[in-house]
Design a binder for this molecule. Structure first.
Ligand code: RIB
Ligand code: CA
Length: 319
């Protein structure tokens, strides 16, 4: 099986850490060339520290570059109410051994993409500020980008405002730049990520793996249990579920057969009360060419089983 070369742009963040777990447990299928951090869940200082701390802890050996401090136009709004002041709830990871790259994120992305013999897939699980800045400054990279797998947006509802999902809400202008870039985009919006959930019982199965890493993963994912925000029509019949939003952006690359989606024209609202709303034209009323593959369905059982396997792989590596 040929490995998929990827760059991960992330704002860890609890579910970002779960996404990194899946990615680095599958190094036989994914070739992680670079990790860049964006400002989102918490500030750039904290997301970069958390990325280095978590990836050092799981034994990853990868360059981690700092991204932009602020969204393109809007003031940064963080989600410490969900992820905690540290971004990892009340879970501690050791002081990082991985150092901050001496290349800023945009430069590291540019040089990594242009130096690659194969087209690079970008996994983005926070606001798209870094990716948009790269495309604005260096449009020449587009020819060597395979696709962008982004967790963000929603066809219905929102979790940061009634109509906007957090990553799109924080930097809608970045979404606009990326969505009109012509690069193939797979969007794991709330429509699919609210079906990609783990129940509290399933979380306890993760705890039952019995390793230090499994215990940390359990306390990470159960931290935001009580503050989770749901979109309307939430299908879960459980009273306590944990949405693995960011995990979808990597799971799709590993197991596309777990998902269903549709090519749609998607536009983003930039200002006003609907700022950050991703308007998904499911029925092609606009007559405009689809620019995004919007995911809406996932095989939840298979998704959870694959994630638990990743926790076991990382646990075995650390024991
Ligand atoms: O709306 C969910 C997204 O916002 C996830 O990426 C989560 O980490 C937060 O950044
Ligand atoms: Ca995130």
């Amino acid at each position: 099986m040929t490995k998929i070369p990827i760059i991960i742009d992330t704002d860890p963040g609890i579910d970002d850490a779960m996404m990194l777990t899946l990615a680095f447990a599958n190094e036989g299928a994914l070739d992680v060339r670079l990790v860049t951090t964006c400002s989102g869940n918490i500030s750039q200082d904290k997301t970069n520290y958390n990325a280095r701390s978590f990836l050092s802890y799981i034994g990853a050996d990868v360059e981690i570059a700092r991204g932009l401090e602020q969204p393109i136009f809007r003031e940064l709004e963080v989600a410490e109410d969900i992820h905690g002041e540290s971004g990892f709830g009340n879970v501690q990871f050791p002081t990082p051994t991985l150092l901050v790259s001496n290349r800023p994120a945009v430069t590291a992305m540019l040089e990594t993409i242009l130096a690659s013999d194969e087209k690079i897939t970008i996994v983005a699980t926070g606001p798209l500020t870094n990716v948009a800045a790269l495309l604005l400054a260096h449009p020449e990279v587009k020819t060597n980008i395979e696709r962008i797998s982004w967790m963000g947006g929603a066809a219905v509802g929102g979790n940061m405002s009634p109509s906007a999902e957090f990553n799109a809400y924080v930097d809608p202008h970045a979404v606009e730049i990326v969505f009109r870039s012509g690069i193939p985009i797979v969007m794991s919006g709330l429509d699919v990520t609210h079906k990609a959930f783990v129940t509290i019982e399933e979380a306890k199965n993760i705890l039952a793996i019995g390793t230090e890493f499994a215990e940390k993963a359990y306390h990470l994912v159960t931290y935001y249990l009580d503050v989770i925000k749901r979109t309307p029509f939430h299908e879960a019949n459980y009273d306590q579920v944990l949405h693995f939003h960011d995990v979808c952006a990597v799971m799709y690359l590993l197991k596309p057969e777990y998902f269903k989606g549709q090519d749609c024209y998607v536009e983003v609202a930039l200002e006003g009360v609907t700022a950050g709303a991703t308007v998904v034209d499911y029925t092609n009323r606009s007559g405009k060419m689809p620019n995004v593959h919007v995911l809406h369905t996932v095989d939840r059982g298979a998704f959870v089983a694959e994630f638990v396997k990743a926790v076991e792989i990382i646990s075995d590596r650390l024991e």
